[in-house]
Design a binder for this molecule. Structure first.
Ligand SMILES: Nc1ncnc2c1ncn2[C@@H]1O[C@H](COP(=O)(O)OP(=O)(O)OP(=O)(O)O)[C@@H](O)[C@H]1O
Ligand SMILES: [Mg+2]
Length: 246
């Protein structure tokens, strides 16, 4: 049995007086792909951000490799080096080249050898078919290319877990597939552990080992991916799937 990389117990989060996440419980095993699905406003982004230490929470415990993460800024800074996150806006540094963007955190934060990091960055760029753009600036790239760079930048930190929040939502349709293919390959070829939010239902159906279906900040069901799309356990999830029209 693979070990749990991440485990969340009784997590409750508030924005002011209003409760955004209610008693969230789940775990993610090494190599597993977990998809968060649910209507707009159900708390998917809030949960993903909480798992990366970007949102304070009122109660509950988040474990990484079985160890409870102290809810302090300092402990999250360390954990964040092991949990990569890519979201809708790529926010690359506009004044740095692609290669400089990718090398920044591994050399400055992780203090790794620049020559090694550069070699690895160039290999990663080749894998996402952007080797020719190492010296380009973000403004010279398309949205899809920028998003592929954002993924590479995250991978250059050697994360053990990747969080993806609607990474294709702001892309033109013809750019979507290239980005999704990279994520699929990460799972198939590298056995990367991932938590994914996406509205690309065909993609989620292909890739998700398990689906967590959320509504109003609660997990209504946790179902193996293939089963979820054929026969979800709740009427609410069935209605959601019908409304997605895919
Ligand atoms: N910073 C914030 N302050 C107050 N309320 C917030 C904040 N961020 C999110 N919310 C609220 O929390 C709820 C969950 O929002 P969240 O962004 O997590 O939903 P989501 O499932 O990601 O939705 P979508 O599919 O539209 O991205 C929503 O009701 C939202 O209005
Ligand atoms: Mg969201």
């Amino acid at each position: 049995m693979a070990e749990d990389i991440l485990k969340v117990e009784h997590l409750n989060k508030f924005y002011g007086d209003w409760q955004a996440l209610h008693d969230i419980n789940f775990s993610v095993k090494k190599g597993e792909v977990v998809a968060l699905l649910g209507p707009s406003g159900s708390g998917k982004s809030t949960l993903i951000r909480t798992l990366n230490g970007l949102e304070p929470y009122k109660s509950g415990t988040i474990y990484f490799h079985g160890k409870a993460i102290e809810p302090s800024h300092k402990s999250w800074l360390a954990i964040r080096q092991k949990i990569g996150m890519v979201f809708q806006s790529y926010d690359l540094f506009p004044n740095l080249t692609v290669l400089q963007n990718i090398m920044l955190a591994p050399t400055k934060v992780q203090k790794r050898n620049p020559d090694d990091v550069k070699k690895e960055a160039l290999a990663l760029l080749k894998r996402v078919e952007l080797a020719d753009h190492a010296d380009s600036y973000p403004r010279e790239l398309s949205g899809g290319q920028k998003q592929r760079i954002a993924i590479v930048r995250s991978l250059a930190m050697h994360p053990e877990l990747m969080l993806f929040d609607e990474v294709t939502a702001s892309l033109d349709p013809e750019m979507v597939r290239g980005v999704l293919e990279i994520i699929k390959r990460l799972s198939d070829e590298e056995d990367m552990t991932m938590i994914i939010v996406s509205h690309e239902m065909n993609f989620v159906e292909q890739i998700a080992d398990r689906v967590l279906f959320l509504e109003n900040g609660k997990i209504l069901e946790q179902t193996p991916g293939k089963q979820f799309f054929k026969q979800p356990q709740t009427q609410r999830a069935a209605d959601f799937l019908n409304s997605m029209d895919f």
